[in-house]
Design a protein around this ligand. Sequence first.
Ligand code: AHR
Ligand code: AHR
Length: 517
Amino acid sequence: MAVQTWLRRARRTLLATGTTAALTVALLAGTETSSQAATQGPCDLYASGGTPCVAAHSTTRALYGAYGGALYQVRRASDGAARDIGVLSTGGYANAAAQDAFCAATTCVITVIYDQSGRGNHLTQAPAGGAAGGPDNLAPATAAPVTVAGHKAYGVYVAAGTGYRNNRTSGIATGDQPEGMYAVLDGTHFGGGCCFDYGNAETNNLDTGNGHMEAIYFGDSTIWGSGTGKGPWVMADLENGLFSGVNPGYNANDPSVSHRFLTAIVKGAPNLWAIKAGNAQSGGLSTYYNGVRPNVSGYHPMHKEGAIILGIGGDNSKSSSGTFYEGVMTSGYPSDATENAVQANITAADYQEAAVTSSALTPGARVSLKATTACCTADYLRRNTDATVAISPVTSASSAADKGAATWIVRAGLANGSCLSFESAAAPGQYLRHYGFQFHTAAPDSTALFQQDATFCLRAGHSGQGYSFQSANYPNRFLRHYEYTGYLAGDGVGGNTWDNANYWAEDTSWLTAQPWS
Ligand code: AHR
Ligand code: AHR
């Protein structure tokens, strides 16, 4: 049997039996040796499948085995200087240490996400659009730390108001041309507004009508479509509608998905499209929809325009949030076999949550936590005498009682020893806990619920400053001040007034300070 034929058969068998990623990737590489195949990126796999990448964006790794250029550009606040961040080696991972050195003692934002395909389809700050002014905000460069194959890297943290776009692209599908796309996202970071998208959109920042977009959407918006459960869902933004299947509105086959690392796929061809997703850390893809275009007018044929958006809707609607690590758009409708190989490549890349540590936040330390929102930079997190929790100014002239109330003793997390709990210095034995999503202090009872309510995992500050404190039992909610009161809040999700997306990233970012007592 010819080698190629054997490889094709072996590949079919492996895909059918779900054999390991590396072997599948190696075999998909055709005649190459397995050592060469180990450096294959997702775009090499799409190319082998006859549907090459025409845009390839990632701040974490090269998406081609042969890519050795810049991944993204950061700009620092201190002097406005910009710096390209490249890979550690050809086909490898982001040089996060270069960013850390360049941004030391200041803050940085991500100004450009370079296109690795060679077509120049870079993403930069999105301009104003029909739905919202601009330019949009740029993502803080440190807010989404991860490790990829053990290497530190940073994702693109999109808070409401943040957006990237390219309206003058090359090679991206237009009209009814076929295309595919995937994105690796943080499945725990999402919002309910319109629209955290990655993909094909209008070239003029306006809503130009049904079928003028084809993008991956991720979030729990129910304005247009939805699926089972409470969300979040992977849907397709086809303009004037987030579609979860053939029907506008609800489709029963689109499940809620919340993997920490999520692979999301949308692809579209004449009267054909699909939604797929999977856990980006392990396993394969599931198909949530595969069939004809929606059963409402305007989406067959499609009228794709070929701009690329990230973090926003086609008309620059920018009231939602999410985190992006990598994604591509292809020319042509990728086969399921190609997408399975890409998923295997993604899981083999081994995305992991990065451990965030602070010497000021080790068990036993005393600390004060300072707000960072412009309203409140003299304010500290404090216990009130009625055991509610708020922020208020503290100075060296403050009373001893106020200083104690604004001081916390760091403890190992009651529910999870790799996270943290906070004992009030003013009320020894009482811990910071949420109840009804509002904070107060209380002595632990014997319940696991108390321990969960009082445990917070340390994360990079969402605004690019300081730290954020993630709830152990509500992973998409964080310690926030809102109207000067302490709440557990989601980024536009949760339904309480304090879940308001405005200032969410700033309100959930805290600086550690010398303990006031
Ligand atoms: O399709 C949903 C949204 O509707 C699009 O992203 C936006 O352009 C319009 O507001
Ligand atoms: O907590 C003070 C301010 O109140 C917050 O910054 C804002 O979210 C709200 O208006």
